[in-house]
Write a protein of this length. Structure first.
Length: 91
């Protein structure tokens, strides 16, 4: 399974944004996003894409569902912690 990159530059709607991975574990990721004008933090559930054998970075449609953006690191770290501590419901 191909993991997400530690650092990358965005394309499309986030073209030119610099993404830097701050934390990851088996359930969540936390990235610092530098737009060139402001810094924000994205935290999201780990989603395995079995079709392409990789981890998926969330698209715009995922935000508010399984991904969130915060203006400060503290808030993002709190959500990262909550995701990490969640019990998995296997149905």
């Amino acid at each position: 399974m191909k993991e997400l990159e530690l650092e990358f530059t965005g394309k499309g709607q986030v073209r030119g944004f610099k993404f830097t991975q701050l934390k990851k574990n088996k359930k969540a990721y936390l990235y610092r996003v530098d737009t060139g004008h402001l810094i924000m933090y994205e935290v999201f559930h780990r989603k395995e894409n079995t079709r392409f054998n990789c981890i998926s970075y969330p698209s715009n449609k995922a935000f508010g569902i399984w991904a969130w953006t915060y203006k400060n690191l503290y808030s993002a770290e709190e959500i990262f912690k909550l995701i990490t501590e969640m019990e998995v419901d296997n149905g």
